[in-house]
Write a new protein. Structure first.
Lengths: 147, 889
């Protein structure tokens, strides 16, 4: 299960948070935990360079893309390797929508499309789509090219 | 209203950079949603409004039931538009709003229409939405379409139906299980993702049938699974099958090993890794079977991708626990990882090396680790310390260098947990390795010379008292112990006195010298230290002569009391001085735990980080108060004690009379317990009472008072005053207090008291009874469950402006203190620089009414704080009362 996908800006404010199967009262903990993790480790990290951490049986893979930090949290079959696939799809889709690693402003300008991409990538905790070109078409309700 | 979006204030200078959502307000966005009702829809505008609503929801904002229903109904109107972009947004919005069962009906027909549409993408998306919002009844109606969708030629439609199936299996397993044939057909799809989703669903459907799962994986190993993701799944299912059939496999046979081995070389890195991990986890795996898997993991260690390195080293770390020799081939790669930027990887590498290293490599490794230790955080250091402890057990001959390492890092900077881990390791080594005892004890002695943690100092002193006297030269430790009596706080001093006594009891030759030191402790500033010194001097006896200590004394010093300390404290508090001595055998040995009444929530699957739980309150103290009050005839009819406050000081420190007050709250009454101490040796007080002026507490009327007959010097006593108050109302008020007594002079040299006394008074500070006094801090383990189990009709919501505050944390603490409730799930702590915060509180209001509170705070650039308060309770009037408390606070 992919427990959470979270986007934050450079000072740790949340831009997007999507939780799956995490009770509402635990979300606050996750939010502050992830933001702190980012603040402690993401300084000076290059775009899309992956960082990884694990806490008990929960894995976290996170990175920076432009002004935005991206965190993906998973457990069970979504271990660090599976999550690195998920975050790769997410970063590719965001870059595709924004045309480049986004500034915060650009990210917010494309907010609706990014939400749609996320909806195509993660379906309540499960990875659904993995190819950026396909996702690009799906968010415009266009069938995939291979079909 | 909470304002979580004011964060952009910092960026106001830079106009180009500020957010398109700057200043966005929920109410405004909801009002904008009225455009959905326009007869001439503007798709672009509608998309913008939906984006705003999504932004609010993604920021953790919640819509009330009414707001959500209104938006949902408005969104359904958008099905009229044929704009593709807008339709896609509508699908997403409906999923986000998760309408309730009675609302779903509004949108069902539109979605069913889309489900049968000729446009494939309408079909795929409407399936996903319907499956998200549907219940069992509707599912039977659409089952036929879903089955068709699973085998649809369009992979997006098939995937949508398959993933929906995985989710629906949790709620409607009997329906989804009927789709087995279609799912099996989808397994043959040429599209990798469809195959991946189909395999996941097929496995879920057959999960409870081991034979079917075994057949499934066996057939798939022979066929062609194209998708790497599906191959990874298959390998995991194979691992499960191997594990389940562990007892039924003939010896020497290793089913599926050949398949796993082949996966080490095909299907891409992800598949290779999964196969390697599966092989390392095989039950009773041999070194020969492990070798190819270790080679793959070794290759991953050289990757530039930190995730791959992390995954590989994590797996190797596990293997090293059972097969350290198999991992030695990776030692060179792992040594280079000690300097890896990612500290998790470096720590895993170090701890693996500590397991795989041989005796000859330890010294070299320790040198590398010493440099590494200064660069990592305490949490990683603790892992290393634990690994070194195990290494020491494995190579006892190397204890010197390992002990030296531990003592060196003990001297360096570090937090409590880290220091504790090191001290614990040294203690374990001393216990298990007699040779290490002398040097270990000296390291600990040196550590307490400069230890900032009282807990660690007392623990080490205790340990020294047990191990020190049996060493070859116990006298060398005395200096370190006695230094504590000079240099430390009272707690450590008292511990040091106990340790000295143990040396005196065990080493007869040291007894006279210990007596001299204990005698000096009789003049200590702290009464506990003095008491202990007196006690031990009497216990050891013989005035410090070189004689053997009696068996009773040794038993008292070295054996535990055998009763829970809480019970002993309560019994001692209840003991009234008389001719009959206190009897320790009368102390109950069972620990009484007050269970927390909470409705049992339906079982939930475990999720990520468990929320921290607060322990029960100190029931011992409450019990002691209750017993004390019920033993006083004037108060015995007041019923059950609801709450006792912690003592509030009514005098300043070091005044003639020290007075604190404890507020005891009953249903109809409040009792003030004034704890008085006379600090003047030349005075003896009699007939001590407190005169309370309740003119600023109109709802209270005094009903009883219990004076204190005598108050000798430095011997605390209590006087009580009781008030009647209205039931069920959090009556508040201010009380001014005057201590009144008869003072008699005492001759300090003889201790004789004059017969004549003089009436005197002493002004005390004012005392307040506040709303928080009527609330017990009782936490709940799962706030959301508790909240959902409470009647929603009792909910009262309102918004408040808290004015300018120093920080958000300041505002949050003020409200928590005002209500006197227990913060749950760690929400009492506000992360620094937060612009918004949500806080969950729980408590029991007088009358045993359970109360839950959800607070949302927001702070703007001018430090103005706004708060939204939602209360649910067992009694609606209490929900209102909580709002009144906040409004008047």
């Amino acid at each position: 299960m992919i427990l959470a996908v979270l986007f934050a800006n450079s000072v740790g404010n949340i831009l997007v948070e999507r939780f799956n199967g995490v009770p509402a009262e635990e979300r606050l903990h996750w939010r502050s935990f992830l933001v702190k993790l980012g603040a402690d480790n993401l300084k000076g990290v290059k775009n899309e360079e992956l960082l990884v951490a694990c806490h008990k049986s929960v894995y976290i893979v996170y990175t920076v893309l432009g002004d935005v930090s991206i965190f993906v949290v998973g457990k069970d079959e979504y271990d660090e390797l599976a999550l690195s696939e998920v975050i790769f799809v997410i970063t590719s889709a965001v870059k595709d929508v924004c045309g480049k690693p986004p500034t915060e402003r650009l990210f917010l300008d494309k907010y609706g499309r990014i939400c749609l991409c996320l909806d195509e990538i993660v379906w309540t905790g499960l990875l659904e789509n993995t190819e950026k070109d396909r996702i690009k078409r799906l968010i415009r309700l266009k069938p995939p090219t291979e079909f | 209203m909470a304002q979580p979006f004011m964060k952009k204030d910092d960026d106001l200078d830079d106009e180009a950079e500020y957010s398109p959502f700057l200043g966005i307000e929920k109410w405004a966005a909801l009002q904008e949603a009225r455009v959905f009702n326009d007869p001439q829809l503007d798709p672009r505008r509608c998309c913008q409004v939906i984006t705003k609503l999504l932004y609010l929801l993604n920021q953790g904002e919640t819509f009330t039931k009414t707001e959500s229903t209104e938006v949902f109904f408005a969104v359904t109107k958008l099905f009229q538009s044929i704009d593709l972009g807008l339709r896609r947004m509508v699908y997403l919005m409906i999923k986000e709003l998760s309408p309730c069962a009675d609302e779903v009906i509004i949108v069902t027909s539109s979605l069913m229409k889309d489900m049968n549409s000729k446009t494939d993408m309408y079909r795929a998306n409407s399936i996903r939405v319907l499956c998200r919002i549907t219940d069992g009844t509707l599912l039977t109606q659409i089952e036929r379409y879903l089955k068709q969708a699973i085998v649809d030629k369009n992979p997006v439609v098939a995937s949508a139906a398959l993933v929906s199936g995985i989710h629906l299996l949790q709620t409607n397993p009997e329906i989804v299980k009927r789709w087995s044939n279609e799912v099996q057909e989808a397994m043959q799809s040429r599209v990798a993702l469809v195959q991946f989703h189909a395999l996941a669903l097929l496995h879920q459907i057959r999960l409870n049938d081991r034979l079917a799962v075994s057949k499934l994986v066996t057939s798939l190993t022979k066929g062609t699974v194209r998708s790497p993701l599906a191959q990874c799944l298959l390998i995991r299912y194979i691992s499960q099958v191997i594990c389940d059939s562990a007892g039924n496999t003939p010896p020497g046979e290793r089913p599926f090993y050949d398949y796993l081995d082949s996966c080490l070389r095909r299907g891409g890195e992800m598949v290779n890794f999964e196969a390697a991990r599966a092989i390392t986890e095989l039950n009773g795996v041999t070194n020969q079977e492990l070798t190819p898997a270790i080679t793959v993991l070794q290759y991953f260690l050289l990757s530039s991708n930190p995730v791959k390195k992390f995954a590989a080293i994590r797996t190797l770390n596990k293997v090293a626990m059972t097969h350290p020799m198999a991992v030695t081939s990776c030692n060179i790669e792992m040594e280079s990882l000690i300097s890896d930027q990612n500290r998790s990887i470096a720590t895993l590498a170090i701890t693996t090396l500590l397991k795989t290293g041989n005796e000859s490599s330890i010294d070299r490794l320790m040198k590398q680790i010493t440099n590494f230790m200064s660069e990592i955080a305490d949490e990683f250091k603790i892992v290393v310390v634990e690994a070194i402890r195990s290494l020491c057990m494995k190579f006892p001959l190397k204890y010197r260098s390992l002990m030296n390492f531990l003592s060196n890092i003990l001297r360096e900077e570090g937090g409590f947990e880290y220091k504790k881990a090191i001290a614990d390791s040294i203690v374990i080594l001393i216990r298990d390795m007699p040779d290490a005892k002398e040097s270990g004890l000296l390291h600990l002695c040196e550590f307490i010379e400069d230890c900032e943690f009282t807990y660690l100092s007392t623990q080490i002193l205790h340990f020294l008292g047990i191990e020190g006297p049996t060493t070859a030269d116990p006298s060398k430790y005395i200096r370190y112990i006695y230094n504590r009596v000079h240099l430390e706080n009272a707690t450590v001093r008292a511990s040091a006195v106990s340790t000295l006594a143990k040396f005196g009891a065990m080493v007869d030759s040291l007894k006279p010298r210990i007596f001299v030191l204990l005698r000096r402790c009789l003049f200590d500033a702290d009464d506990e230290v003095r008491d202990r010194a007196t006690l031990y001097m009497n216990t050891l006896g013989a005035d410090g002569a070189v004689v053997e200590t009696g068996g009773d004394a040794s038993e008292f010093l070295f054996k535990s009391l055998d009763v829970p300390l809480v019970n002993l404290e309560t019994s001692l508090k209840n003991y009234e001085p008389s001719d009959k001595h206190f009897d320790i055998s009368s102390v109950p040995k069972e620990v009484k735990v007050k269970p927390l009444a909470e409705k049992k929530a339906p079982s939930k699957k475990p999720t990520g980080l468990g929320a921290p739980r607060r322990g029960p309150t100190s029931t011992g103290t409450v019990d002691a108060y209750e017993r004390l009050l019920s033993s006083i005839p004037e108060f015995s009819s007041f019923g059950k004690l609801f709450k006792s406050s912690s003592p509030v000081e009514l005098t300043e420190a070091e005044t003639e009379y020290a007075v604190t007050v404890v507020k005891h709250i009953f249903d109809h009454h409040v009792v003030f317990q004034y704890n008085c101490t006379n600090t003047i040796p030349e005075q003896f007080l009699e007939n001590v009472t407190v005169i309370v002026d309740a003119s600023e507490a109109e709802e209270f009327s005094e009903v009883a008072s219990k004076p204190l007959r005598s108050l000798p010097y430095d011997s605390p006593g209590q006087t009580f005053v009781a008030f009647e108050k209205p039931e069920g109302v959090p009556a508040a008020g201010k009380f001014s207090n005057i201590l009144r007594f008869i003072v008699k002079e005492v001759d300090p040299s003889t201790g004789e008291t004059d017969d004549d006394g003089v009436d005197d008074e002493y002004q005390l500070e004012e005392l307040e009874v506040v709303a928080a006094d009527y609330m017990q801090k009782v936490g709940v383990s799962n706030f959301l469950n508790a909240w959902e189990n409470m009647n929603p009709d009792s909910e009262r919501i309102d918004e408040y402006g808290l004015g300018q505050r120093e920080s958000l944390a300041d505002a949050v603490n003020a409200v928590i203190n005002l209500l006197g409730m227990q913060p749950c799930e760690g929400t009492g702590v506000v992360p620094s620089n937060s612009r918004s915060h949500a806080c969950l509180l729980s408590g029991v209001f007088i009358g045993n009414v359970k109360v839950l509170v959800r607070l949302s705070f927001g702070i703007d650039g001018q430090k103005e704080v706004a708060m939204k308060l939602a209360v649910r309770s067992d009694d609606e009037s209490i929900s209102n009362a909580i709002h009144e408390i906040v409004a008047s606070g």
